[in-house]
Design a protein around this ligand. Structure first.
Ligand SMILES: NC(=O)c1ccc[n+]([C@@H]2O[C@H](COP(=O)([O-])OP(=O)(O)OC[C@H]3O[C@@H](n4cnc5c(N)ncnc54)[C@H](O)[C@@H]3O)[C@@H](O)[C@H]2O)c1
Length: 420
C-alpha cells in the first residue's frame, strides 16, 4: 500500500521503516531539514536498534524521505499517518499545535481520498476535533472525501522496532468501514490481536496504558523507600509480588523514577483534562509527586554519608532517560545535576549515547567525560541514573563511592542503592 508518515521522530521513523519492511511504499515527511538530509544520506538521526539496517535496506526503494509534503501527497497515499510531537504546554496541558499544523498542511494537498490516521498520543476528542479544520481547508467531507482513524503507538524506545513488529496488540479506532478496511490491510502481516473500536476509545486506551505503567513505577518506588528504612530489599519483595499472576513482573524495578517523552507529559495532560471536566485525579497526582521526589532521594542518601558535597568530584553516569536510547526528555539526571551544582560540587557526566543531545539542550558548567574510565578515574562519588549495562564496570573503581539509582549492583562495600 502507499503510505505517508508525517514526522520522522522516534515514532514516525520507526513506523515508516517498519511499514517499508512489511512491503508497503512509504514516504516520510519532516519539517526538520537536518533530519531529512541525514536520512537521505542513509544516517538515522536517532539511535534505535535495527533502524540503520532497515534504512539501508529500504532507502530509495520503498522508503523515501522529504521535507516537502507536496512530494509525498503527489503519490496519493492511501493512508496518511500523523506522528508529530504532542508535548505539554507550560501548564502541563496537551499542546496540539504540531498536530493541528500537520492536519492543515495535509488538507491543503488533499485532492484525493485517503485515510488520515492519528498515530501521535492525543486526548480523547482531539482526533475528531481536526475534522472541521480538514474539511474547511480541503473542501472535502469526512466519509466521502477522506477517512479518519486513530492508531496509538505502544513501542518502547530502545526496543522500538521489535515492539512495532511484534506488538502485544494493535488498537485501531475508526470512523467508518472504509477507514477500518484500509487500516486492516496495512496491518495484515502482523498477527497480534487487533482491537477495533471508536476513535475516542482508542485515544483513551493509550493514556490508560501509560498511567497504569507509571503507577506501578511510583508504587514500587514508594514501597522501596519504606523498605530501605526498614532494612528490607525491595527487589526481593518485588520478585515475589510479581509472581502473582494478577500483578505480573513488569515495571516493578524501584529506582530514581521514570522519565522519557511519554509518561510524564501524558499523565500531566490527563490530570489537566480531568480537572477541566470536573473530575478528581488524586492517584495520578500522587504518581507524579512520588516520581518528582525520587531523583532527589538518592541525593539525600549521599548527604547522609557525605554531608558536604562542596568541591567534591562527582560523576553522574547516565543522561538518557533509560538505557539503549539517546533520548534525554525528562532525564532523571537533570534534577540531580542541578542540585549538585547548587551545592558547589565539581560535576562530570558520562553517557554512551546521549551526551550530544544533552550538550545541545543544557548549558550547565559540567565536564563531559570521554569514556567510563575518564569519568571515574579521579571521582570521589558516582551516581548511576540510567541502567546502561556498561556502567556495571563502575564497581572496579575502588576510589569511587557509588550511589546506584538503577539497581545495577548488589551490596558492594563502596556502594549504596537507592531502595535497598
Ligand atoms: N517516543 C516514544 O517512545 C513514543 C511512544 C509512543 C507514542 N509516542 C507519541 O508519538 C508522538 C511522536 O513522538 P516522538 O517521540 O516520535 O516525537 P519526536 O519529537 O521524536 O518527533 C516528532 C517529529 O515530527 C516533526 N514534525 C513536527 N511538525 C511537523 C509537521 N507539521 N510536518 C512534518 N514533520 C513535523 C518534528 O520535526 C520531529 O522530527 C507523540 O505524540 C508521542 O507522545 C511516543
Amino acid at each position: 500500500m502507499k503510505i505517508a508518515i508525517i514526522g520522522a521522530g522516534y515514532v514516525g521513523l520507526v513506523t515508516a521503516l517498519c511499514f517499508s519492511d512489511m512491503g508497503h511504499n512509504v514516504v516520510c515527511v519532516d519539517t526538520d531539514i537536518k533530519k531529512v538530509k541525514s536520512l537521505k544520506e542513509g544516517k538515522t538521526p536517532i539511535y534505535e536498534k535495527r533502524l540503520d539496517e532497515l534504512l539501508e535496506k529500504h532507502l530509495n526503494k520503498n522508503f523515501k524521505v522529504t521535507s516537502d509534503l507536496s512530494d509525498a501527497m503527489a503519490e496519493e497515499p492511501e493512508a496518511i499517518f500523523i506522528a508529530v510531537g504532542t508535548p505539554s504546554d507550560s501548564e502541563g496541558r496537551l499542546d496540539l499545535s504540531y498536530v493541528k499544523k500537520a492536519a492543515i498542511d495535509i488538507a491543503k494537498y488533499l485532492d484525493f481520498y485517503s485515510v488520515i490516521v492519528m498515530k501521535s498520543t492525543v486526548l480523547p476528542g482531539s482526533t475528531e476535533s481536526l475534522v472541521p479544520i480538514i474539511e474547511k481547508e480541503s473542501k472535502r467531507k469526512l466519509g466521502s472525501g477522506f477517512g479518519l482513524a486513530m492508531n496509538p503507538e505502544f513501542l518502547k524506545e530502545g526496543t522500538a522496532v521489535e515492539d512495532f513488529m511484534k506488538p502485544d496488540r494493535i488498537v485501531i479506532g475508526y470512523y467508518d468501514e472504509k477507514s477500518r478496511k484500509v487500516l486492516e490491510e496495512i496491518y495484515t502481516s502482523i498477527t497480534a490481536p487487533k482491537i477495533f473500536t471508536d476513535i475516542k476509545t482508542a485515544e483513551m486506551i493509550k493514556y490508560a496504558s501509560n498511567v497504569f505503567l507509571a503507577a506501578r513505577v511510583s508504587l514500587i518506588n514508594e514501597i522501596g523507600n519504606i523498605c530501605k528504612q526498614l532494612g528490607i530489599d525491595v527487589y526481593e519483595v518485588a520478585e515475589a509480588v510479581g509472581l502473582d499472576k494478577r500483578i505480573g513482573p513488569y515495571f516493578l524495578r524501584a529506582g530514581v523514577g521514570f522519565g522519557g517523552s511519554c509518561f510524564p507529559k501524558d499523565i500531566m495532560a490527563l490530570i489537566n483534562k480531568s480537572k477541566e471536566i470536573g473530575e478528581n485525579a488524586d492517584i495520578m497526582e500522587a504518581i507524579v509527586k512520588v516520581n518528582d521526589r525520587q531523583p532527589l532521594k538518592i541525593l539525600q542518601l549521599a548527604l547522609q554519608k557525605f554531608p558536604n558535597l562542596h568541591k567534591k568530584r562527582i560523576t553522574v553516569l547516565g543522561l538518557a532517560f533509560k538505557a539503549d536510547t539517546d533520548d534525554i526528555r525528562e532525564s532523571r539526571a537533570v534534577p540531580l545535576i542541578e542540585a549538585l551544582l547548587s551545592m558547589g560540587a565539581d560535576v562530570t557526566v558520562y553517557d554512551p549515547l546521549a551526551m550530544q543531545n544533552f550538550k545541545k539542550q543544557y548549558n550547565y558548567k559540567i565536564k563531559y567525560a570521554e569514556d567510563l574510565h575518564d569519568a571515574l578515574k579521579s571521582a570521589d562519588i558516582c551516581f548511576i541514573m540510567t541502567d546502561w549495562a556498561e556502567f556495571k564496570k563502575a564497581k572496579d573503581y575502588e576510589n569511587v563511592y557509588i550511589f546506584d539509582g538503577r539497581n545495577l549492583f548488589r551490596r558492594l562495600h563502596n556502594y549504596e542503592g537507592i531502595c535497598w
